[in-house]
Design a protein around this ligand. Structure first.
Ligand code: XLS
Ligand code: MG
Length: 346
């Protein structure tokens, strides 16, 4: 029998969030980074994901040398805790320089800022010991169709990718597609778009993808199919599992919270394609509900991991032979009920 995958888990400091939303202030006081890090291993996680300014706060006001020094200090702290850095992502959506987008801004000065910041992000990743950069292209899109050219925007994204690839010969870039929010329409809404854009870059081998459950649902797609699509190209380099109830704001609910059967199918897709066998992590991009009390602050992470592991058991004990037989007989009614009964348990 094939060796069973042992999954490696991670989350980011932003996943222990304070509950602010566009309509109200935080409902929990901020926690320090060190506190978050100290909890990680105890909760059964292996690695942490970072935005560039999670790693080096106030990055825009710091020199290259300062950035490197702070990244080195963080590396020592991570090593001390036995925690790996899974990836680093440039936060290209917060600064006044990214109001109109990063790489696709209509202002050349702002575009230069976005690229420079991405190169610093690569420097940080190298120091933290990861070759993986994640690009969530938050503001690369339009609020109104007349404001940008779609073709020019793709050229600008490819130019930025090429500069990043040239900056460090070992870096790999995983594009995290999302169809909307904050933009009306984003330029890279799905995995298919991400992998197509990769083909235009100078070294397509070093561009892959990260799939987030909620983002697939927002695009009207099935997350399990998106996972298998990316894995058909060996391009699923990271994963943000969570959940989402329909087409509304990005909810980042605990994994399995809305649709347990979809969560099961995502895990089954990962299992049968051996996700993780190349060292990839299972990350939970989940947030506590705004109502969460301080004493329950980490439960969404613990619960997502637990649900994932329970669904791994469900995927491993699913009667695949019978499923194949029922599929061959086109008895999908029985297959449907078999999946339901399996999830319900005895
Ligand atoms: C937002 C994204 C973000 C990325 C990291 O919707 O999911 O959290 O995962 O930049
Ligand atoms: Mg995400």
């Amino acid at each position: 029998m094939a060796k069973k995958q042992r999954y490696k888990f991670c989350f980011g400091p932003w996943n222990i969030s304070e509950g602010a939303d566009p309509y109200g202030p935080p409902t929990r006081p901020p926690q320090t980074f060190d506190w978050k890090l100290s909890k990680l291993k105890k909760l059964g996680f292996d690695a942490m994901m970072f935005h560039d300014d999670d790693a080096v706060p106030d990055i825009d006001g710091k020199s290259e040398k300062q950035i490197r020094n702070e990244a080195k200090e963080l590396r020592r702290t991570l090593d001390g805790e036995g925690v790996a850095a899974e990836m680093v992502a440039p936060r290209l959506w917060f600064s006044p320089m990214t109001i109109d987008g990063g790489y696709t801004s209509n202002d050349a000065k702002c575009r230069r800022y976005a690229i420079e910041r991405s190169l610093r992000c690569i420097d940080i990743a190298k120091i933290l010991g990861t070759d993986l950069i994640v690009l969530w292209l938050a503001r690369e899109g339009t609020y109104l169709r007349e404001s940008k050219s779609g073709k020019r925007s793709i050229e600008l994204i490819v130019e930025a990718l090429d500069k990043m690839l040239a900056h460090d010969k070992r870096v790999r870039i995983a594009i995290e597609p999302k169809p909307n929010e904050p933009m009306d329409h984003a330029y890279i809404p799905t995995i298919g778009h991400a992998l197509a854009v990769a083909q235009l870059a100078s070294d397509p081998k070093r561009i892959g993808a990260l799939i987030e459950t909620a983002h697939c649902i927002l695009a009207g797609l099935d997350p399990a199919d998106e996972i298998e699509f990316a894995m058909s190209f060996n391009k699923l380099w990271s994963l943000h599992l969570n959940d989402q109830n329909g087409l509304k704001f990005d909810q980042d609910k605990p994994f399995g919270s809305t649709n347990l059967r979809s969560a099961f199918n995502q895990v089954r897709a990962l299992e049968r394609n051996r996700y993780g066998s190349g060292g990839e992590h299972v990350c939970f991009d989940v947030h506590p509900f705004r109502t969460t009390k301080i004493e329950h602050w980490l439960d969404h992470l613990v619960n997502s991991r637990r649900t994932f592991l329970r669904l791994v058991e469900k995927a491993r004990s699913f009667d695949e032979a019978t499923a194949r037989k029922l599929s061959a007989e086109r008895n999908y009614q029985a297959l449907d009920q078999m999946a339901i009964e399996h999830l319900l348990g005895s």
